[in-house]
Design a protein around this ligand. Structure first.
Ligand code: SF4
Length: 67
């Protein structure tokens, strides 16, 4: 089992804070919305901080089956 960041799109207001906190995993599209990539195990704690910091509670960590 690994972890991944998921975005609740109706809640996301494109602040870009998640990208600032975790640029290795979260890019931004041309409108400033996050583009989430694979989450390495060693960045899970930082991802947790990004979830907590999201001002609209649009970000969460989910378990995904290992490939
Ligand atoms: S911090 Fe939250 S509201 Fe801002 S872009 Fe990321 S997911 Fe969206």
């Amino acid at each position: 089992m690994s972890r991944r960041l998921r975005v609740d799109w109706p809640r996301c207001s494109a602040h870009g804070l998640c990208h600032e906190l975790l640029p290795e995993v979260v890019g931004l599209d041309e409108w400033g919305y996050p583009v989430v990539g694979e989450l390495p195990d060693d960045l899970v704690e930082l991802a947790r901080q990004a979830v907590t910091a999201c001002p609209t509670l649009a970000l969460r960590l989910v378990d995904v089956p290992a490939r």
